[in-house]
Write a protein that binds this ligand. Structure first.
Ligand SMILES: O=C(O)CCC(=O)C(=O)O
Ligand SMILES: [Fe+2]
Length: 362
């Protein structure tokens, strides 16, 4: 990321206490003032599901469809994942991220294995102010070795687990299993919200390549110059995330305004990723979001990126296509898309691949 002479001088004047690699371009820096409240991001109560209440369920499906269409984001409560599990996960994550750097780096991710710990991710080619631990919620990850369409080789990555804290692996696996179940349920509800059978997408997820991420955003001496995660869209089917009470996740509303997602301890934040945008033939949108950090408090968040099997062909659902609604995307291989996007996290490969690169122009 290059800076103009003028920008460099400005940075020096701003009493920069951090590495320049973290500094985001001027037009993308977070706003200083308080964001407007995010009450507009709908909160959906899943209680009717456990009660087997058919009318309540239809309302949930309807609310979800509207939220996915208007926001691409919603929060859910009464989701069935015990809060005690979240307490346990927060405890082990805090212990892990407070280990000495050399110990964490023993779990360092690499080009050979993208799972584990890292602190240097690039989003939009700027370094994120965060540390991360990734593990496959299904035990291992199978990915194409190359993004080129004519290469068939796959790589299989095993989870890497730290020796400390000793209960880290068990707690992460329990959490991963519980959130996976929830993600399967959301996949069915979102399918229904498109007027499709609940199980129309489930075969792609029998052997899925979902992964969990533990995000740690340390407090930052220059919070207005950096982002925990720069603006981006999630590439998979959907993301199922809990955040602690610090807050910092911001969602781009249709009018371009960045809206802060209010933290609720008992809620998951859900967003539809690029794949739902394609399956729904643009009814739902994978919406840009980013993470703002602060000078006072460290923050934790735990997303599950719910992704289908890599060798899945992605295209608008045929039931949603007719003379009036031609397909807006050509089909593509999910694993190759994921691989190509991921390559940009390791090095500056110029313009980031976007789902719009697969759009059909009429
Ligand atoms: O930390 C958060 O709230 C969001 C993180 C995020 O968007 C991501 O990891 O893709
Ligand atoms: Fe994200």
């Amino acid at each position: 990321m290059g800076f103009t002479e003028e920008e460099l001088q400005q940075l020096q004047m701003e009493n920069l206490q951090i590495d320049k690699a973290f500094v985001v371009p001027l037009e993308h820096r977070p706003k200083q003032q308080q964001q407007p409240p995010a009450d507009d991001i709908p909160i959906i109560d899943l209680a009717p599901i456990a009660r087997n209440d058919a009318i309540g369920l239809a309302k949930v499906v309807d609310e979800m469809g509207r939220a996915a269409e208007q926001w691409g984001f919603f929060q859910i409560v009464n989701h069935g994942v015990p809060l005690s599990l979240l307490d346990e996960l927060e405890t082990v994550a805090t212990k892990f991220f407070h280990l000495p750097v050399h110990e964490k780096r023993r779990m360092q991710r690499s080009l050979q294995n993208p799972l584990g710990y890292y602190d240097g991710e690039l989003t939009q080619n700027v370094r994120d102010w965060k540390e991360v631990f990734d593990f496959a919620s299904g035990g291992k990850l199978e990915l194409p070795a190359y993004s080129e369409p004519d290469r068939d080789e796959v790589d299989i990555y095993e989870n890497k687990w730290p020796a400390n804290p000793p209960e880290f692996r068990t707690v992460c696996e329990k959490w991963g299993a519980a959130v996976n179940l929830l993600a399967h349920q959301l996949l069915e509800l979102l399918s229904q919200s498109l007027g499709l059978p609940a199980d129309c997408l489930t075969t792609h997820f029998q052997n899925h390549m979902s992964f969990m991420r533990l995000n740690y955003y340390p407090k930052c001496p220059n919070p207005d110059l950096v982002l925990g995660v720069s603006r981006h869209k999630d590439v998979g089917a959907l993301t199922v995330l809990v955040q602690d009470d610090v807050g910092g996740l911001e969602v781009r509303r249709k009018d371009g305004e960045w809206i802060r997602v209010t933290p609720h301890r008992d809620a998951f934040v859900i967003n539809v990723g690029d794949l739902f945008q394609v399956w729904s033939n643009d009814k739902y949108h994978s919406v840009e979001h980013r993470v703002v950090v602060n000078a006072q408090k460290d923050r934790l968040s735990f997303p599950l990126f719910f992704n289908p099997y890599h060798n899945t062909n992605i295209a608008p659902m045929p039931e949603l296509i007719d003379g009036q609604h031609p397909p807006k995307y050509r089909s593509f291989n999910y694993g190759k898309y994921f691989k190509k996007k991921g390559d940009g996290n390791y090095k500056d490969i110029g313009k980031d691949l976007q789902i719009s690169d697969y759009a059909i122009e009429y």
